[in-house]
Design a protein around this ligand. Structure first.
Ligand code: AMP
Length: 583
């Protein structure tokens, strides 16, 4: 553990990535493979390989107590050291330096054994004992890194991708092969073992262990999207929770759903696994969990889905009032084969086949298999003879419709239709792209455009800045609440010079109160304004403020009576504040 700690110190001391990689690669090469493999896990800031669900369950308070007691310095010295460093690991080194005899005989494997035991026990006193014993056997610098690993944050500027690079360098393998193996195994230590034996091609997909998600980059408009590829695969951008689904098929009843953070979320959506069991063969899908309007067969706003989140148990009542579906848009594994390296257009064909293999009504069967237990929670697969609660007839698993587009007009049309269906916008994908987990490239683009536009009335104006100092170009605008007008933002871009000149004349003639720089004007001019998002704000009477507002056009066709209301503002705000969640 001593050499590990010294290497980590070296890594922390340099800001150069190549130097970090060189140090770690050298360290890996110099250690026995098993030790290097365990160290690789620790160097990526984890106590256990990524795919494992075990956690240490050791909080800061417990660590603090263990340290305060074994250092013999008590709370005061520890607090002072913590203040100096802002990091408990570094503080530990300080307080232990003078007390701990430098033994330096602690092996990495021994640390791993204690981590196993810590994960296995839930008894706080036993955890404390294990921790104290481990820290007593460590030198000060070893204790520093043991604590950092336990806290899950090494803070030495070493991302997992750099550990991958170091493995590639140490064992003379291609970085892309290392990345692939690590993605499949979810285990950087296992990856190192394979690399050391030059057997990376043996990395096997593990069903029921999540792999990283492919991410999307934002684009401003349809033209920008098509600048990356000419022919586009287009799907609606659904506003729910991203989920990767692993299905065991007819010979394995297991179904597991994983969130974008790779946590298992099957428990939160108990009606989905039974429906997903309809796939006859093992499969991994990528998609979105959505709150669903069964009558209109459209997604409900995220705020509906949110009602179901963060609960320990999901009641039958909840399942009935907020129905959810799984909208599948990609397939990562089918036919016994990992598909991430196939282009999207091929994956899409396979996805369609996977759906075609499901018997009619397969995705609706689940609800009739559910019974309510005495606590009101739905339990699936009731014991034989127990009553069922009737089929909902709602398909719980849906294949996301996909279109193709090759012009901006085309994309605009599909975008408008997607918004009319209540979805956020579009996902525009390169049909030739492979599935690249964890990386945000230009193969998947998200087009959300403005959150929405609002029709507002101008209530006050100001002289502009710079070359606009002779025109009234800054407009404060309001929405309606009953017969009151409530300001909600201020915009100064979007109109042409000619329009601004015309507006200036009009506002000068229709000023109610001339405050010099600022003029209150007759609320007659209706504007359509776009904006990126909305905040709660005490600056305006409406209680909200638009961010980055810009004028889309002057709505001469609309009267001030027809402008948007505060209710619309509230609704847009709630839609957006929830659409941020899934990130
Ligand atoms: P954002 O959360 O704004 O970064 O947008 C990316 C997210 O959109 C993804 O992580 C998914 O959760 C979600 N999404 C919705 N519909 C799709 C789709 N058709 N394809 C890919 N991602 C989608």
């Amino acid at each position: 553990m001593q050499i590990f700690a010294i290497t980590a110190e070296g890594v922390a001391a340099t800001t150069k990535k190549t130097e970090k990689v060189r140090l770690v690669a050298e360290y890996f090469r110099s250690r026995p493979v098993e030790e290097a493999a365990q160290a690789a896990v620790f160097l990526s800031g984890r106590a256990f390989p990524a795919w494992e669900e075990r956690t240490l369950q050791v909080g800061g308070a417990l660590l603090w107590r263990a340290l305060a007691e074994i250092s013999g310095k008590g709370e005061i010295a520890l607090t002072a050291a913590y203040r100096r460093h802002g990091d408990l690991g570094a503080a530990a080194r300080d307080v232990l330096e003078k007390t701990a005899p430098a033994k330096g005989a602690l092996a990495i494997a021994e640390v791993a054994v204690v981590f196993d035991e810590l994960a296995r026990t839930s008894v706080a006193a036993r955890k404390l004992g294990l921790l104290q014993d481990l820290l007593c056997r460590a030198t000060a610098i070893e204790a520093k890194y043991i604590i950092k690993i336990i806290s899950g944050d090494l803070r030495i500027g070493l991302r997992e991708s750099l550990v991958e690079e170091a493995i590639a360098k140490a064992f003379d393998e291609k970085p892309t092969d290392i990345q692939r193996a690590n993605m499949l195994l979810g285990d950087i230590g296992g990856t190192l073992r394979l690399a050391a034996g030059h057997k990376l091609n043996q990395a096997q997909m593990r069903l029921f262990h999540p792999i990283g998600f492919m991410l999307a980059s934002p684009v401003q408009d349809a033209e920008e999207a098509l600048s990356y590829f000419v022919q586009a695969a287009v799907e609606d951008k659904y506003d729910g929770i991203r989920a990767q689904v692993h299905v065991g098929g007819k010979d394995d009843p297991r179904v597991r759903l994983f969130s974008r953070t790779l946590d298992e979320i099957s428990q939160s959506f108990p009606e989905l696994p039974p429906a997903l069991r309809a796939f006859p063969e093992p499969v991994i899908l990528d998609g979105e969990i959505l709150a669903w309007n069964v009558d209109s067969a459209q997604a409900l706003p995220f705020s509906e889905l949110q009602k179901r989140l963060g609960r320990k148990t999901v009641s039958g009542e909840m399942i009935r009032t907020v129905p959810v579906v799984y909208m599948a848009f990609d397939v990562l594994y089918a036919g016994g084969e990992l598909l991430t390296e196939k282009p999207l257009h091929e994956r899409r064909k396979i996805l369609e086949h996977v759906f075609a293999a499901v018997p009619k009504d397969g995705f609706t069967a689940e609800y009739s298999m559910a019974v309510e237990n005495p606590q009101g929670a739905l339990v699936f697969e009731p014991a034989i003879g127990e009553p069922a609660i009737g089929s909902s007839g709602t398909p719980r698993v849906i294949l996301a419709p996909a279109l193709t587009a090759n012009s901006a007009e085309n994309l605009e049309e599909i975008f408008t239709a997607a918004r009319e269906r209540g979805n956020e916008g579009l996902m525009i994908k390169d049909p030739d792209s492979t599935y690249t987990p964890g990386r945000r490239g230009k193969s998947w683009l998200k087009l959300k455009k403005e959150l929405a536009t609002l029709d507002v009335v101008v209530t006050a104006v100001e002289w502009g800045h710079g070359k606009r100092n002779k025109v009234l170009s800054d407009y404060t605008f309001a929405v309606r609440e009953g017969d009151q007008l409530l300001n909600v933002g201020k915009a100064y871009s979007g109109l042409t010079d000619a329009e601004i000149a015309e507006m200036t004349e009009w506002f000068l003639a229709h000023t109610i109160e001339d405050g010099g720089f600022h003029r209150t004007v007759e609320p007659k001019i209706v504007l359509e304004v776009a904006f990126n998002n909305m905040m709660r704000s005490s600056r305006h009477e409406s209680g909200y403020a638009l961010r980055f507002p810009r004028i889309v056009r002057i709505r001469t066709d609309k009267s001030p009576e027809e402008i948007d209301t505060l209710d619309t503002v509230r609704e847009i705000f709630s839609r957006q504040s929830v659409s941020r969640k899934s990130g």
